[in-house]
Ligand binder design. Structure first.
Ligand SMILES: Cc1cc2nc3c(=O)[nH]c(=O)nc-3n(C[C@H](O)[C@H](O)[C@H](O)COP(=O)(O)O)c2cc1C
Length: 255
């Protein structure tokens, strides 16, 4: 490749990176939205990008419930500690994490990967085995109890990763993956010229009832989405200096 072309590529990369950097820098948790509607195509595109989020074993344990009906928005706001952004924003997306995604849903992931040729039969088998080993806790969680003992003993001898030994651990696992998707969602929305308001102040039990979400599923976050007004009134974005968060080679206590 010529030097000129190489230079062009570097510059192009720089511009693209800067756009992404700028999007991340300018994202704020806004509290007031205009009534401007979001087109269905744009919302679908943002959710399609959200669905591109990486996940352990490519499990993709998330679901997105879009709430845009005005009377439902009022009810959702009520169970979200009356947060006004839910009523003001044209829609709010409720992020749902499925602790049972490792069963039926993962079957679909493996089938899609096999059909597309991106995974060999042997590797698919290995993935299936690993995921079962990670998640399966047996009837009444009995196996989970023994898994816990086995893992503790094994760790004395060799490096051993965490495994899931209870339903609540399975829930925490899928919640952590779904929160990554929530992050992608906020960045994708900002890149599309929209603003978001993430919320964890809500009654999970009541949200599940309101939106017919199965009780075994988890709701880690709800995010209002729309066009912000009064962004200037959003309190200044405060961060502890990153220097206090960076540790080189060893974790060190910082003042
Ligand atoms: C998981 C999560 C839950 C949050 N819950 C709420 C909430 O219930 N209500 C609220 O007003 N803001 C909520 N926020 C917004 C935070 O207060 C905000 O992100 C933080 O103050 C940093 O501000 P910035 O996002 O504008 O940089 C939440 C943010 C996150 C990531």
């Amino acid at each position: 490749m010529s030097k000129h072309l190489q230079q062009v590529e570097v510059e192009q990369h720089k511009t693209e990176s800067n756009q992404a950097f700028e999007t991340i820098r300018s994202r704020r948790a806004v509290r007031h939205f205009s009534q401007k509607k979001i087109s269905d195509e744009l919302l679908r595109e943002i959710l399609d990008l959200t669905n591109r989020t990486p996940s352990g074993f490519n499990l993709q344990p998330w679901h997105f419930v879009i709430v845009n009906d005005s009377s439902l928005k009022k009810l959702l706001s009520h169970v979200s500690m009356d947060q006004r952004q839910v009523i003001e924003a044209p829609c709010t997306v409720v992020f749902v994490a499925d602790p049972r995604a490792w069963k039926k849903s993962y079957k679909e992931v493996l089938k899609l990967a096999l059909d597309s040729g991106s995974l060999s039969k042997e590797r698919a088998k290995r993935y299936r085995k690993s995921v079962n080993l990670l998640f399966y806790t047996g009837p009444f969680g009995i196996l989970g109890f023994f898994k816990n003992i086995a893992v503790t003993l094994r760790r004395f001898k060799r490096p051993t990763p965490n495994v899931i030994t209870s339903k609540s651990e399975a829930g925490n696992y899928v919640v952590s993956q779904t929160m990554l998707a929530a992050s992608t969602f906020m960045i994708a929305a900002k890149a599309a010229g929209l603003d978001t308001s993430p919320m964890e102040g809500f009654d999970e039990f009541r949200i599940k009832k309101l939106l017919s979400i199965p009780s075994y599923m988890r709701v880690p976050v709800v995010i209002a989405l729309g066009y912000a007004i009064d962004v200037e009134e959003t309190p200044q974005s405060i961060r502890i200096p990153v220097e206090k968060k960076i540790h080189i080679n060893q974790f060190t206590k910082k003042k």
